[in-house]
Design a protein around this ligand. Structure first.
Ligand SMILES: [Zn+2]
Length: 258
């Protein structure tokens, strides 16, 4: 979600994740708290805390996906969590299109794999869990009193646990990992999909690839902002901002080439 690495601050938390340096900027906690409060209405503190834990773990999994592939390509990545999300910086990574595409795909894929692993674990615990597509199947599930959530037309369900907090955490983990991964695959700068789009456009047209990928980014972000009209103000604001920043980058890039 970021272009530039945020500056170090005194409130940073430093640790190592599978041997790779990681840092959490204080701004991450502030945005996570605000998102937790705004998404849950009048949520009790325990629910907001659960949301923050799910967000922290999910974003670390996403960034770890990028970092592990970067390390496979001989780099020494570092993970930073800041504001709306995270970034994995690698100064000495393989810059080949194949490496860059695989590195970008690895973040969303790590989140999807985590969601699958969680559903498998629920089944191993002897509970029903899975996903279905189609309105009839979804209606059947609801009749069986299985809890779940519908994301992008797919119903993810599981047999209710006695603990309210356990059901809530499963809900948050599925929601964040699947939606965050899917959103990151959109061909919009500086999301992972924007990076993949740039590499593919450059492979197809080395001379105009960057311009083409930025034009795609502006168009896709505008479409998503329009889709947001029926979803939430937050979606409109986010994609409106990304459309504007892609347009600014496009203008600056074209001006620099004259
Ligand atoms: Zn990513």
């Amino acid at each position: 979600m970021l272009l530039a690495e945020p500056p170090r601050s005194q409130g940073d938390i430093h640790f190592r994740l599978f041997g790779m340096p990681a840092r959490i900027h204080p701004f991450f906690w502030i945005v996570a708290l605000l998102l937790g409060i705004s998404s849950g209405g009048k949520s009790p503190p325990a629910e907001v805390l659960g949301w923050m834990v799910a967000l922290l773990v999910s974003i670390l999994i996403h960034e770890l996906g990028h970092a592990i592939v970067q390390r496979r390509y001989g780099g020494r990545p570092r993970i930073i969590l800041y504001g709306m999300g995270g970034m994995t910086v690698c100064d000495d990574c393989d810059r080949s299109p194949k490496a860059q595409i695989l590195i970008s795909l690895a973040g969303p894929c790590a989140g999807f794999l985590f969601a699958v692993a969680m559903m498998l674990l629920i089944r191993l615990a002897g509970q029903q869990a899975g996903c279905v597509v189609g309105e009839n199947s979804i209606a059947e599930l609801q009749a069986q009193q299985l809890v779940g959530l519908t994301l992008l037309g797919v119903r993810f369900y599981w047999e209710r646990f006695d603990s309210f907090q356990a059901n809530l955490m499963i809900f948050y983990f599925l929601q964040i990992n699947i939606l965050w991964g899917a959103m990151n695959l959109l061909p919009i700068y500086p999301l992972d999909g924007g990076r993949i789009s740039r590499e593919l456009c450059l492979l197809g047209n080395p001379r105009r690839g960057i311009v083409l990928s930025l034009q795609i980014s502006v168009a896709a972000a505008l479409i998503m902002a329009l889709v947001g009209l029926s979803l939430s103000f937050f979606v409109i604001l986010l994609f409106g901002y990304l459309a504007y920043s892609s347009y600014q980058t496009l203008q600056a890039y074209q001006a620099s080439r004259w």
